[in-house]
Design a protein around this ligand. Structure first.
Ligand code: KIV
Length: 264
């Protein structure tokens, strides 16, 4: 299994890090066979698996359940689990207890938390207990009510400087990696240069040490049009709809089951 030491080395060797979300056994197995470096059990399971409008309602128990499913299929792929809304904002002690549950009960190798420098003490506490922490800055979906929607962050020079200094503080607190979400690539470059740990982009352009996307977006499984930063590598939704409508047609016409599907 790759470790946080390997990810640091990959950055130094200019080898890009690949990360994909997964929420269950089947997706984790597909990510493993594809050779993905890190599987993120994202709280985006709210908007993908659960059909919710945002990620705020996800619970610790749901994160543990989905991380357990992923663990079953991930083999030796490094698993990162999102800490859901209100599982760490309430203070370092509760954050440590919840991070511990994701590792101990569900099998995560590390946890991810959204937020800037205010998380320093929380990160120190979790890392001191032996749990690697990934930070997440830029567009932070758990802060949607403060940000006023899913908007690009860090467009001005002042905002870029602020994000870079937050990234440096997060590194100093012990984060092993940082996600940059929805940031112009010039700003990502400023942040990337401000830290020594890998930065992973989602809608953050080319100057990051790796990329992460949501599983359902990459394989084209969702009905809604994906955001601009997504590249759809397959159109699974139409393939699956065709498979199910062929199945329905064959039932109606008495074609399925045929001889090869029948026990003798
Ligand atoms: O929950 C998630 O899928 C994430 C990614 C967008 C980075 O946090």
């Amino acid at each position: 299994m790759k470790s946080i030491i390997d990810f640091q080395k990959m950055k130094l060797d200019n080898e890009k890090i690949s990360m994909i979300t997964a929420y269950d056994f089947v997706q984790a197995g597909i990510a493993k066979e594809a050779g993905i470096d890190i599987i993120l059990v994202g709280d985006s399971l709210a908007t993908t698996v659960q059909g919710k409008k945002n990620t705020l309602s996800v619970t610790m128990d749901e994160m543990i359940y989905h991380t357990k499913l992923v663990k079953e299929g991930a083999g030796d792929v490094f698993i990162l689990a999102d800490m859901p809304f209100m599982s760490y904002q309430t203070g370092p002690k509760e954050a440590l207890i919840n991070a511990g549950r994701l590792v101990k009960e569900a099998g995560a190798n590390a946890v991810k938390i959204e937020g800037g420098a205010f998380l320093k003490e929380t990160i120190e506490k979790i890392v001191t207990a032996g749990i690697p922490v990934m930070a997440h800055i830029g567009l932070m979906p758990q802060f949607i009510n403060m940000l006023g929607g899913y908007k690009v962050q860090g467009r001005s020079e002042a905002e870029a400087v602020k994000l870079a200094s937050a990234a440096a503080e997060l590194e100093h607190a012990g984060a092993f990696m940082i996600v940059l979400e929805a940031i112009p690539e010039e700003t990502s470059l400023v942040i990337q240069k401000a830290v020594n740990i890998p930065v992973i982009g989602i809608g953050a352009g080319r100057y990051t040490d790796g990329q992460v996307l949501v599983f359902y977006d990459v394989v084209g499984m969702l009905a809604a049009a994906p955001p601009k930063f997504v590249k759809k590598y397959a159109d699974s939704r139409s393939i699956l709809i065709k498979a199910l409508s062929d199945f329905r047609d064959e039932i109606k016409k008495g074609i399925f089951p045929s001889a090869e599907n029948i026990y003798k």
